[in-house]
Design a protein around this ligand. Structure first.
Ligand code: 5GP
Length: 106
């Protein structure tokens, strides 16, 4: 049985609309539907990894790629500082089980 697609995979595959801020071959960046700050972006890998617990050694480049994108995205949004969050597991407050980095700034 194929595992159910996450809401973020559906956004990546354009099955669900979203405000796309940036996209490349490895990831997509969207505006959070329920922003907790003036700027609230979600940096999402196209590879559907459920949580940080599920990362494999081969994901090192992908995660580094997303980390390097954060300051670029912040600057493109006019931010000179920002917060990042990664929620992991239900007890870590994670709601969507497809890794994503929150970028928040005011
Ligand atoms: P987390 O899993 O990190 O706790 O939170 C998931 C985040 O995804 C939340 O901030 C929520 O507002 C956002 N989110 C959930 N569903 C959608 C959606 O369909 N579109 C967008 N743009 N954001 C979503």
């Amino acid at each position: 049985m194929t595992p159910e697609k996450s809401i973020f995979s559906k956004i990546i595959d354009r099955e669900i609309p979203s405000e796309i801020v940036y996209e490349d071959e490895k990831c997509i960046v969207i505006n959070d539907i329920n922003p907790k700050a003036r700027i609230h972006l979600l940096v999402i890998p196209k590879k559907p990894i459920a949580t940080l617990f599920d990362l494999a050694p081969e994901d090192k480049d992908l995660m580094g790629h997303m980390m390097l994108l954060l300051p670029q995205l912040a600057q493109s949004q006019g931010l000179d500082g920002f917060k990042t969050q990664i929620h992991t597991g239900e007890s870590g407050g994670q709601e969507v089980f497809h890794i994503h980095i929150h970028l928040l700034g005011n």
